[in-house]
Write a protein that binds this ligand. Structure first.
Ligand code: AMP
Ligand code: MG
Length: 408
C-alpha cells in the first residue's frame, strides 16, 4: 500500500489546502490542450485558449456621455452659441465650426474641435434658437475619450479565463465573432454501492436511491464538462475492473462511495492492481476519505459517498482540479468573513463546512449537519468554514463561501 494510504490517526489528517495543492499539481501535469473554435454565443462556461488582445481602441472615437451640446470651452464668453450641426449616435460628424456648438446625443461621436459636452439640463434654448449655457464648463467634461476602455494591443482577457456573459459581452464589444476555447473535459461519473438504485424504481429492502449521480452529472454540465454517465458500479471486483477499463477515453473518472477502506472498497483494489492509488484522510468534515489515483493511465478521483460529503469535496477539491486541467488559474471560490449567528463550543480536528445561510448579515447553520443529509445544502446558500481546532462564540467572525460561487 502507498504510504499515504495508511489510515490516518487523529492529528495525522491531511489539511484541505495540502490536498488541494497536490490535486492542482496533478492537474497541471495533465493539462488539456486541445482546442476548438466556437461562435461567441456558445462559449459560456468554457475556458479561453489564447490571450484576447484588443485590435481596436474602445471607444474608437471620443463620444458623448450625455444628451446635450458639444463645444470648445474657450469659445464660450457667456453669450449664447449657434447650433451648427446635430449628431446622433451612429452619425459621422463634421469638424466643429469655431464659435458654435453641436447638438449631440449619448454615444454620438464628438465633433473634432469640441472639447466638452454640456448636458442639456444646463443649457437654455433661446427664442432665436441659439443656446445659452448657464454654468462654467471644463475641458473634457462628459466626453468618453477614445481608448478609455481599451487600446489596440492591450491584453483584455488572459488565456485560462472562464467565459461567462460578461466576458462574452466584452469580446463582442471588441468585434470577436468567435473564440478559441479549450475542449470540454470528458468526465465519467460512477456511483458505487450495491445499495443504490435509480429513482423511478421501487425501493427494495436495504436499498437507497442514487442521489450523487444526478447531482454530479448536472453540476459537471454547469461547469462546461462533457459528462459520461457511467451508472452504478456494484460492489464486485471483476465488474469494477471491467467497467473502469471501458472508460479509457475520458479525462477523469469521478466516482462516489467505496473509499472508506471498508471491505467493499473494490475501486481501491482495482486501482492498486492496475494503476496507482493514493488514499487520503483529509481534515475535512463532511468528507475525510478521498481517493486519487490512475486506472490504466486515466486519472480517478473517488469522493466519499455520503451526499453532503460528495457535495463539499466536489466543490472544494474536484471542481478546482477540473478547472485547472483546463488552464484556469483562479480556481478557488470567493469567501468572506461574516459574524457567526451560532456558537461552536467544541473544537474539531477537521475543518468543518457547515451548510448555512446569511440572515441579516450573520451566518446561521442548518439544524442537522450529518454528512448524509443533503437537505442541509438545499436549505443553505453557502458553506460556513470553521477551521480545525477552532471554537466560536456567537458574533465572532467566520468564513462564508456562497454556494453560487462553486455551482457554476
Ligand atoms: P461509502 O463511501 O460507499 O461507504 O458510502 C457512504 C455512505 O454514502 C453510505 O451510507 C452510502 O449508502 C451512501 N452513498 C454512497 N453512494 C451514494 C449515492 N450515489 N447516493 C446516495 N448515497 C450514497
Ligand atoms: Mg459503498
Amino acid at each position: 500500500m502507498n504510504p499515504a494510504g495508511k489510515p490516518g490517526k487523529a492529528g495525522s489528517l491531511m489539511p484541505v489546502e495540502v490536498a488541494l495543492a497536490r490535486l492542482l499539481e496533478m492537474a497541471e501535469a495533465k493539462p488539456i490542450v486541445e482546442r476548438e473554435c466556437l461562435p461567441l454565443a456558445q462559449v459560456q462556461g468554457r475556458v479561453l485558449a489564447d490571450d484576447l488582445v484588443s485590435t481596436l481602441d474602445l471607444p474608437p472615437w471620443p463620444n458623448s456621455a450625455m444628451d446635450g451640446y458639444a463645444l470648445r470651452v474657450s469659445d464660450w464668453t457667456g453669450e449664447p452659441l449657434v447650433v451648427s450641426q446635430k449628431v446622433f449616435a451612429g452619425n459621422a460628424p463634421q469638424p466643429l465650426q469655431p464659435g458654435t456648438c453641436a447638438r449631440v446625443f449619448t454615444g454620438a461621436p464628438v465633433p473634432a474641435g469640441a472639447d466638452c459636452v454640456e448636458m442639456q439640463e444646463n443649457a437654455e434654448v433661446q427664442p432665436d434658437a441659439r443656446i445659452r449655457f448657464i454654468e462654467a464648463m471644463t475641458v473634457g467634461q462628459n466626453i468618453r475619450p477614445q481608448g478609455q476602455e481599451t487600446t489596440v494591443g492591450e491584453l483584455v482577457l488572459p488565456a485560462g479565463t472562464r467565459l461567462g456573459p460578461i466576458e462574452q459581452g466584452l469580446a463582442a464589444s471588441l468585434g470577436c465573432a468567435e473564440l478559441d476555447v479549450i475542449r470540454k473535459v470528458r468526465v465519467a461519473v460512477l456511483s458505487t454501492g450495491d445499495e443504490l438504485i435509480e429513482p423511478g424504481q421501487a425501493l427494495g429492502p436495504g436499498q437507497i436511491y442514487n442521489s450523487n449521480r444526478v447531482l454530479l452529472c448536472s453540476w459537471l454540465q454547469r461547469l462546461g464538462c462533457e459528462v459520461i454517465d457511467a451508472g452504478i458500479l456494484p460492489d464486485d471486483l471483476a465488474t469494477t475492473r471491467l467497467r473502469l477499463g471501458e472508460l479509457n477515453d475520458v479525462d477523469l473518472i469521478l466516482s462516489t462511495g467505496g473509499v472508506s477502506v471498508g471491505e467493499a472498497d473494490f475501486l481501491g483494489i482495482a486501482l492498486r492492481e492496475e494503476g496507482e492509488l493514493t488514499l487520503w484522510k483529509l481534515a475535512i468534515k463532511p468528507g475525510k476519505p478521498l481517493t486519487f489515483g490512475h486506472f490504466r493511465g486515466v486519472p480517478v478521483i473517488g469522493l466519499p459517498g455520503n451526499p453532503a460529503s460528495t457535495l463539499v469535496t466536489f466543490a472544494l477539491l474536484a471542481r478546482p482540479y477540473l478547472l485547472r486541467r483546463q488552464g484556469v488559474q483562479d480556481v478557488e471560490p470567493l469567501k468572506f468573513q461574516v459574524p457567526a449567528g451560532f456558537a461552536w463550543p467544541q473544537a474539531g480536528n477537521r475543518r468543518e463546512y457547515l451548510r448555512g445561510r446569511l440572515v441579516n448579515g450573520r451566518a446561521i447553520i442548518y439544524k442537522n449537519q450529518s454528512s448524509g443529509v443533503l437537505r442541509s445544502a438545499a436549505w443553505a446558500d453557502g458553506l460556513v468554514e470553521v477551521l480545525e481546532g477552532r471554537t466560536l462564540a456567537e458574533g465572532e467572525s467566520v468564513a462564508f463561501i456562497p454556494l453560487s460561487e462553486v455551482l457554476g
